[in-house]
Write a protein of this length. Structure first.
Length: 381
């Protein structure tokens, strides 16, 4: 099959990384990617793997109609067997253009679990509502990356009988426990870090990630007499974020937190951590960082958003969002277990790895997408 994917851009993000893993690991099909805006780190990476990538350069100046015409022309040129779109705007625009270009088989891709006024963009809310109205006409199937995403969008009016849940899958040749000793950790950890258990959170500085919740919880853990160092990794998590730097100082956490910014060595980061924390307050669907940390043998504490609880299972701790004291309780429980019950902690690390191996491998993800695409081509929809 020739699968043509439509996505907004290929800058780092959950949907982008899942698309990259899917295309580079699925050798049974031909893949072409069209980025509506263009740009992003994954463009060159995909081209190096032999994946055709087209950037359309959608701009407000040129207008939406001009961009849609370019997309329509590309679809007419490539004539794919199926169009797979990723996220709301590509679902709507890519789906309409595909149908107008004569593509009979269209799959939408849903990657969100929250649409809240004041939290989600007005454009995303409007587009999702339009998609709900058109979900009976445009897509043959609607692929959701999380069970919570499917539930939410069915309640918005999306056609639930078309929905299928395909969890993210991971390349375990990259994400795995490194073992001891491993010199790659030396590039991340300083001598000061090694004095304490190393906590961390990988995720861009964004309202959704609720770093304030994390900082308040860490301040509470510190007030209870526990030592730790914490690595914060992601866009906006550097010394240029003066508001964040000031807030860390106000909570007397400057000596405990390292702002590391964007990193390309996430498997190394995950192997450096004793505990990974995700403090998000809303909007997560299937948070990659939880699964990536667990695959590296790093237990997790996460807030109960999206499918976080399903991913963690019995291997870690899940707490309500926006409750820093309960988040602090879970972090403290992890620190105590690691210190006082090392055998139990080792078992938790092993079970974290096993849970990802058993449920969330890239092979399972590729097989599931192939099955959905094949069923579309076999159907009379």
């Amino acid at each position: 099959m020739h699968i043509l994917h439509v996505i907004t851009s290929l800058y780092p993000g959950g949907a982008q990384s899942a698309l990259c893993r899917l295309c580079t690991n699925d050798t049974a099909n031909q893949h072409t990617i069209i980025a509506m805006i263009g740009g992003g780190d994954y463009e060159e990476r995909l081209r190096q793997q032999g994946i055709a990538v087209e950037s359309l350069g959608f701009t407000r100046k040129d207008g939406l109609l001009s961009g849609m015409v370019r997309l329509w022309k590309h679809l007419r040129q490539y004539r794919p067997d199926l169009v797979q779109t990723w996220m709301y705007h590509p679902d709507l625009i890519g789906g309409i253009c595909a149908r107008l270009a004569g593509v009979r088989h269209v799959c939408w891709g849903i990657r969100h679990t929250a649409l809240e006024t004041g939290q989600s963009s007005r454009s995303s809310i409007i587009t999702a509502r339009l998609c709900a109205r058109l979900s009976g006409l445009i897509p043959n199937r609607i692929v959701c990356c999380a069970h919570e995403a499917a539930r939410l969008h069915a309640s918005l009016g999306y056609r639930s009988e078309k929905m299928v849940v395909i969890p993210n899958g991971y390349d375990l040749s990259a994400f795995h426990p490194f073992g001891e000793p491993d010199g790659r950790r030396d590039d991340v950890l300083s001598g000061e870090d090694l004095r304490w258990p190393v906590l961390g959170m990988v995720g861009r500085y964004n309202t959704q990630k609720d770093h304030e919740n994390l900082l308040m919880a860490l301040a509470e853990v510190k007030s209870r007499g526990h030592g730790f160092s914490c690595l914060l990794v992601g866009s906006g998590l550097d010394d240029q974020n003066l508001f964040l730097v000031k807030r860390i100082a106000e909570l007397d956490l400057t000596s405990r937190i390292r702002l590391m910014g964007i990193r390309s060595d996430i498997p190394v980061i995950m192997n450096c951590l004793d505990l990974h924390i995700l403090s998000s307050s809303f909007g997560e669907a299937f948070p990659n960082v939880i699964a990536e940390a667990m695959a590296c043998g790093t237990p997790c504490v996460g807030t109960d958003v999206g499918d976080t609880a399903m991913i963690i299972g019995e291997t870690g701790w899940v707490v309500p969002p926006k409750e820093p004291c309960k988040l602090a309780d879970a972090i403290q429980a992890a620190l105590v277990e690691r210190m006082d019950f090392p055998d139990r902690w080792a078992g938790r690390q092993a079970s974290s790895v096993a849970r990802i191996k058993d449920n969330f491998t890239i092979d399972k993800m590729v097989t599931s997408f192939d099955s959905v695409w094949a069923s579309c081509l076999d159907s009379k929809d």
